[in-house]
Design a protein around this ligand. Structure first.
Ligand code: MRU
Length: 335
């Protein structure tokens, strides 16, 4: 489902179901190779989530929903499939939310392929709403900083942090985006910059360590995504987000977190309870297959960090822009 749109740009869809298979853009090899990979079992989908063929909290959720649909179609034990899928990546709450939604649908004897298709479509719809609300915060000539990738690749389509930028651009506003490279896996440079280029949004890549200096020289707002948001508004996102949150606070720059309701985990009271995924040290010491670090040196590789609610100006959600003290309203939306 790689569709060329009028401008010649690619209409990105991170994950979908076609011909009995779950299909995904292989995000491990972008931007220099564009390849669609396909999976026929939930075990393969689980592995694709783990090895980050598909990544970004909402897209992981959709992939897991499709994984559950494959298990249902193949009459595999759904509780077992749910356990395996939930064990892939610990931090992204959308994964757990999506798998539980599929178990609820199964308990109601619903068709899980239909449920997964609806789940994926709903995410895209939520992202469009996030784009609409977020664009209201963007004025003409704004310079915006983002981190990691919270675009279409991370959310099935449209994006969370990138959605307001796309809508602002469509509204005719002139914007400029700084995308920090996001060591160690470089999602900012490899994926966000690729999406911004594809969308025709003016941008520059910056080294992660340049964030403070670039912010001080004139950034109007920061917009990032999230992997899990606690009841008090503390949130986890890609490693390096905390640095930006503190810098923005110090420099008086508004700091927004764009995320759908499926990223809010009201079962935990604060960010202290968020499990932060540790990944292989080779993600740090080896870059694109080449060992950079001295042999014999080891690396620590926390994949996410946690930022306290006090750093967040507001959350941009599909139900509106909410300050940390207002996010309790999302609970009503859940019911
Ligand atoms: O490890 P990744 O690439 O899955 O991490 C992705 C992020 O941290 C994103 O910012 C987050 O999932 C929000 S995606 C809309």
């Amino acid at each position: 489902m790689k569709v060329l749109i009028d401008s010649g740009a690619i209409d990105v869809r991170a994950v979908w179901f076609e011909d009995g298979k779950v299909k995904m853009i292989d995000q491990r090899i972008l931007p220099h190779q564009f390849q669609i990979v396909e999976f026929t079992s939930y075990l393969e989908v689980a592995e694709a989530i783990k090895n980050m063929t598909v990544r970004g909290a909402p897209a992981i959720g959709a992939a897991a929903a499709y994984g559950m649909a494959l298990a249902y179609l193949q009459k595999v034990n759904l509780a077992e499939a749910a356990t395996v899928l939930k064990a892939t990546r610990p931090t992204a709450f959308d994964l757990f939310y999506a798998v539980d939604k599929m178990l609820e649908a199964a308990a109601k004897n619903e068709d899980l392929l239909e449920a997964a298709e609806n789940y994926a479509e709903q995410i895209v719809d939520k992202c469009r709403r996030i784009g609409g609300y977020g664009a209201e915060l963007i004025a003409n000539d704004y310079v915006i900083m983002t981190h990691c990738n919270a675009g279409a690749l991370a959310t099935v389509d449209v994006g969370t942090a990138l959605a307001p930028m796309r809508v602002a651009r469509d509204q005719g506003k002139k914007i400029f985006v700084y995308a920090s490279e996001t060591r160690p896996r470089l999602q900012g440079m490899k994926l966000t910059a690729w999406e911004l280029l594809n969308e025709g949004i003016p941008h520059k890549i910056i080294a992660d360590g340049a964030s403070g200096a670039v912010m001080r020289n004139g950034v109007d707002m920061v917009i990032v995504g999230a992997d899990r948001i606690a009841a008090n508004g503390d949130f986890a996102n890609k490693i390096g987000t905390f640095d930006k949150a503190v810098l923005a606070h110090e420099l008086g720059i508004p700091f927004y977190v764009a995320a759908p309701v499926s990223t809010f985990d009201f079962s935990i009271q604060s960010g202290q309870e968020i499990v932060i995924e540790d990944r292989a040290e080779e993600e740090v010491t080896v870059v694109d297959g080449v060992r950079i670090a001295p042999c014999g040196c080891h690396a620590l590789n926390p994949s996410f960090d946690m930022s306290e609610a006090k750093y967040v100006t507001a959350f941009i959600t599909e139900i509106g822009v909410l300050t940390p003290s207002e996010i309790g309203r999302i609970r009503e939306y859940y019911q």
